[in-house]
Design a protein around this ligand. Structure first.
Ligand SMILES: Nc1nc(=O)c2c([nH]1)NC[C@@H]1CN(c3ccc(C(=O)N[C@@H](CCC(=O)O)C(=O)O)cc3)C=[N+]21
Length: 298
């Protein structure tokens, strides 16, 4: 049977370590690293995610502030809030929960976040840094995928990887991280011709297409490692809701290992957000004071 790579257990270990590091930081600087989470509108899934992020902040000793705006919030209002958070020395990480309502240009909002506080890693500066392998904040879901993958396969050099999905949030950054580790990467999408054949060649499959059950058992080479990033909401025959991934989990017994949904990449995404908040706080403290006087004078 394929081994189950537990994101829940890995995230718990990561968070236990984080709690110690956060306590050290807070003692040394007299303030806790703090995340500002911005929620616009009343998308029920977004509310649940933001609530969960804030709960997890508490668990490891991070500060958190939630900013809520109605669905009718204007772009200018949101940009003004970002500007305040950028200048606030007590805020180290800023997360704007996506998706945003249609009247707001998401790219404009992400561009406005101070790259040093961009704990999602979505700002063009951090995207550029990731693409050149020169530091910066790394997007949380891709980072979580890599941690889970490397817990199973510590040496990635020379491995072939297929990434299904080309989103800015998962597909593209995870492909860059795999490239950085020496994998040979093929980035596909669900329309790719011969997608099953390409997958069958792969030592690693990262499924991030957002289609329940897209990857079938006969797409998977025996001994491959499968990272399932899909979060697809389904309603069971009993009327109860649940989530499934992009991989048909019952069919991949011949894989070496796989991440389950739920309990795989999801919990790691949140743990990595907390890690990024600590990293951002450290980098901000280490940065020259000119940043702080800049904020005071402008
Ligand atoms: N600016 C921004 N940053 C994000 O990181 C971001 C976002 N916007 N918008 C939405 C997506 C989605 N996302 C998830 C986080 C945790 C789970 C998670 O914890 N999932 C659990 C349980 C899921 C459940 O039961 O609903 C699991 O997979 O086991 C899932 C999905 C972060 N996102």
């Amino acid at each position: 049977m394929a081994r189950l790579i537990s994101g829940t257990a890995t995230a718990e270990r990561l968070m236990a370590g984080l709690a110690t590091d956060v306590a050290d930081f807070s003692r040394a600087h007299g303030m806790a690293p703090t995340l500002a989470a911005v929620l616009v509108g009343d998308d029920p899934a977004s509310r649940i995610y933001v609530r969960r992020k804030i709960e997890q902040c508490r668990k490891v000793g991070l500060g958190s502030i939630e900013h809520r705006h109605g669905a009718d919030c204007s772009e200018a209002e949101l940009l003004a809030l970002i500007d305040r958070l950028n200048r606030d020395p007590k805020v180290h990480g800023i997360l704007v929960q996506l998706p945003l309502p249609p009247q707001i240009d998401s790219a404009k909002v992400l561009d406005a976040i101070d790259p040093m506080k961009d704990v999602d890693g979505f700002h063009p500066v951090n995207v550029g840094r990731l693409s050149t392998g020169t530091g910066g904040l790394i997007p949380c879901t891709p980072m979580g995928c890599m941690m889970l993958l490397q817990s199973e396969l510590p040496e990635l050099r020379g491995k072939s990887a297929v990434v299904i999905g080309k989103s800015n949030i998962v597909g593209k950054p995870v492909a860059l991280l795999l490239l950085e580790q020496g994998c040979t990467v093929t980035v596909c999408n669900r329309h790719t011709v011969n997608l099953p054949d390409l997958c069958r060649q792969a030592d690693i499959i990262v499924a991030a297409a957002g289609r329940a059950g897209l990857v079938r058992g006969d797409w998977v080479k025996p001994g491959a490692v499968i990272i399932d990033v899909g979060i697809n909401r389904i309603v069971g025959p009993d009327g109860k809701g649940g989530i499934v991934g992009d991989v048909t989990a019952e069919e991949i017994g011949h894989a070496a290992a796989f991440t389950p949904v739920p309990g795989g990449v999801g919990p790691m995404t949140i743990a990595c957000l907390l890690l990024n908040t600590l990293q951002a706080a450290r980098a901000l403290r280490a940065a020259p004071d000119i940043r702080i006087s800049d904020a005071a004078y402008s």
